[in-house]
Design a protein around this ligand. Structure first.
Ligand SMILES: [Ca+2]
Ligand SMILES: [Ca+2]
Length: 441
């Protein structure tokens, strides 16, 4: 000890100034670490404000794995390194090189992690910025419910239209949930008709056939939704009140025609939707708002005989919407779902011959929420959703009447959800607008 102290003291006297300090620092490093490296800083912050506290990370390990050699270097965080919201710098010491950097900790029902790959450390005191992600650890903690479904449409200039259909998906839990892979299907069975020939075969096996599925995109942790917050999915994220339509009006006396233009006066502004459905194949005049990301879609098989061929909501609510979750919203995950959940059903074609069709279905046990919808004239002839999902119903009196199905309650305090939409939901008018910036108002 004494010798080391003396050597250090001599070095300080001889060299002086900043060089002495850095050589002192190097000596300490050599005694603390058995390798030559440089200082760097992992500059951390939470992906979502309030999702992670500094106490959550006390004792956590940041791991650097060299891409070339696979050598591993670990550094322990103490809560004193970080400010209250888990933001701050953690000092590390690693050889110059390229690393995969990660942290993961599960506690109190959530997993906190970050992963950053192929980071090159070459300059002393270099900063590496990372975002800490926190999520519910238990699959059973994952839940979204519909707080609003607007399938009904309205009349503009006396014409029946549904340009501003939308739905609102609400996080009723106390966890931050990631919407990546959150999916909405609509049933193949209509609520207004007798059972299809395949109904019992599928429903008795716990499967719900669908004619289309929309999926929130993302690799898994790109779209956080805070507790009691919601995401709005528009069929088209436009300000529909500004949309112009036109028709030709013929003067019966003179035979002259003139073009009459009109605005969609009873439609609403959905330009602030979080996601939109862009499907020019199903909706030939569809427009793509570049400001609003598009959902992905899982289309039914080509050979589905009478399937609608995509995600569609009838203005009388015949095809009931329901929510489920895929692992994430990447195309490969959608493709895997399609291949694993497409099966063959036998139906009668229009000439009475038995033919095989391909049917896409969703496991009833995977459904997180659903609302049985239809119209008063037919009532519910066949239940498109299992009774475990919804043992009630919401019926509109007719199409294109500006009728909104919404859950009773509010965002702050939550919504009624007893899997009985007769009690949990109500029909109000008119539908709501979600203009750009609505969330901050
Ligand atoms: Ca659209
Ligand atoms: Ca878009």
């Amino acid at each position: 000890m004494k010798t080391k102290f003396f050597n250090l003291a001599i070095a300080l006297v001889m060299a002086g100034g900043s060089i002495a300090l850095s050589s002192c620092d190097d000596d300490e490093k050599k005694s603390e670490y058995s390798y030559d490296g440089i200082d760097a800083f992992v500059n951390m912050s939470a992906d979502v404000d309030g999702a992670v506290s500094s106490a959550d990370l006390d004792g956590c390990t940041i791991t650097f794995i060299s891409v070339q050699s696979k050598d591993t270097y670990t550094f322990t965080i103490s809560k004193g390194d970080l400010a209250d919201n888990a933001s701050g710098k953690v000092k590390v010491y690693v050889p110059v090189g390229t690393y995969d950097i990660s942290l993961e900790k599960s506690a109190d029902g959530k997993t906190i992690f970050f992963r950053k790959e192929n980071v090159t450390i070459k300059d002393a005191n270099q900063n590496v910025d990372v975002k800490l992600i926190a999520t519910a650890a238990q699959q059973s903690d994952y839940q979204f419910i519909f707080s609003e479904i607007f399938f009904n449409g309205e009349r503009n200039a006396g014409r029946m239209m549904h340009p501003d259909q939308y739905m609102v998906l609400y996080n009723p839990t106390n966890n931050i949930l990631y919407a990546d892979g959150l999916a909405v299907g609509c049933t193949m069975q209509a609520s207004c008709t007798e059972k299809e020939s395949w109904y019992d075969e599928y429903y008795n096996a716990g499967k719900v056939p669908v004619h289309g599925i929309i999926v929130i995109p993302g690799s898994g942790y790109e779209h956080p939704v805070k507790p009691h917050e919601k995401i709005v999915v528009a069929f088209t994220a436009a300000n529909h009140t500004e949309t112009e339509g036109s028709y030709e009006e013929k003067n019966e006396e003179t035979g002259e025609t003139k073009t009459v233009t009109y605005k969609y006066e009873n439609a609403v502004d959905l330009s602030g939707a979080d996601f939109e459905i862009y499907d020019p194949q199903l909706y030939t005049s569809d427009i793509d708002n570049p400001e609003v990301p598009n959902v992905r879609e899982i289309f039914p098989a080509e050979n589905d005989l009478g399937g609608i061929g995509g995600f569609y909501q009838h203005p009388r609510g015949f095809y009931c919407p329901f929510i489920f979750k895929l692992e994430n919203g990447e195309q490969a995950t959608l493709d895997k779902f399609f291949s694993e959940n497409t099966s063959v059903a036998s139906v009668q074609d229009k000439d009475g011959n038995s033919v095989e069709i391909q049917m896409l279905s969703v496991k009833a046990s995977d459904i997180l929420d659903g609302i049985t919808t239809g119209h008063i004239p037919s009532d519910i002839v066949t239940n498109p959703l299992p009774q475990t999902v919804d043992r009630g119903k919401q019926l509109v009196k007719g199409c294109h009447s500006g009728l909104l199905v919404q859950r009773k309650g509010n965002d702050k305090d939550g919504y009624a959800d007893t899997n009985n939409s007769t009690d949990d939901c109500e029909i109000v008018t008119p539908q709501h607008a979600f203009p750009a910036g609505w969330r901050n108002k």
